[in-house]
Design a protein around this ligand. Structure first.
Ligand SMILES: C[S@@+](CC[C@H](N)C(=O)[O-])C[C@H]1O[C@@H](n2cnc3c(N)ncnc32)[C@H](O)[C@@H]1O
Length: 260
């Protein structure tokens, strides 16, 4: 297993600093509680989704290719008197002994597949690990082409929130460029921690995402062997998904594909 080249994913502490508060985790909890069988979170990182599900009594396994994030998830579970099977593996090539009622890939993570071959490999691998009648769920953003074209590589403040330890502020600056032909965004990210208004820590990282158009996602699902799927869109700033007639640019959408 090769270690990820990307420093963004190699620091659990930084991950916790960046992603505070709930995202669509409530939705995945709801789906997990309704599932009739074991659940797998693909690319579970250090457990933002997996741990609350495990705390709710869900039988969930996790995989990720980053050993440091997995170790952090295991430590947090142990602190709570819990355990889960956590496997270091690649979402494109994993082989696990169980078959799952539900497989989750939360939080845009599917977009780390940068080629059609990788996208298909991940979808096929997930489908192979579903029990009959099981479902794969993943959420991704739908880009707004107008905004994509505005990305000029200049750093811009993306988010700012209080430091999780209660002292100071975390500022996240993204410098983004887009290759619109390849559908790939390249993001240089700087995280500044301010204490008493003064810069105290700086972290630099970089990653790429390949966005997915809705009709393209359908073709990929079909090519991976799925025959039935549904898509829902996010409604409102507080998150959550609701069925909408039309997917709009800038929405976050949730795909559910069933293995019939
Ligand atoms: C945005 S984080 C999401 C983590 C977690 N699911 C969450 O919601 O907090 C993306 C995760 O994908 C993992 N990842 C990226 N590419 C991967 C791959 N090919 N195989 C397995 N994990 C991968 C990273 O290590 C990281 O933990």
């Amino acid at each position: 297993m090769t270690a990820p080249a990307n420093p963004y994913f190699a620091s659990p502490a930084l991950y916790d600093l960046l992603y505070v508060g709930p995202r669509y985790d409530g939705l995945y909890l709801e789906a997990a509680l309704a599932a009739r069988g074991p659940i797998l979170e693909v690319a579970c990182g250090n457990g933002h989704v997996l741990i609350p599900l495990r705390e709710a009594g869900v039988d969930i396994d996790g995989l990720d290719y980053d050993a440091a994030l997995l170790a952090d998830a295991g430590r947090k579970l142990a602190e709570r008197g819990l355990a889960a099977m956590l496997v270091q593996a690649d979402m494109r090539t994993f082989t696990l002994p169980r078959r799952y009622a539900l497989i989750l890939i939360p939080f845009n993570t599917f977009l780390h597949n940068l080629t059609a071959a990788d996208q298909l490999a991940t979808l096929r691998c997930c489908r192979d690990h579903l029990a009959d009648g099981g479902a794969l769920m993943f959420d991704v953003f739908v880009p707004d082409p107008g905004r994509l074209l505005q990305h000029d590589g200049a750093p811009r403040l993306q988010m700012e929130h209080p430091h999780p330890d209660g002292r100071g502020t975390v500022q996240v600056f993204n410098a983004t460029t887009c290759d619109a032909v390849e559908q790939v965004m390249s993001i240089q990210r700087r995280v500044e921690v301010l204490r008493d208004g003064e810069p105290a820590e700086t972290h630099d990282m970089a990653f790429q995402l390949r966005w997915l158009w809705a009709r393209e996602a359908e073709l990929l699902l079909r090519a991976a062997g799925f025959r039935r799927w549904a898509v829902e869109s996010r409604q409102g700033p507080a998150g959550g998904f609701a069925r909408k007639e039309r997917i709009e640019l800038g929405d976050a959408v949730l795909w559910t594909a069933w293995k019939d």
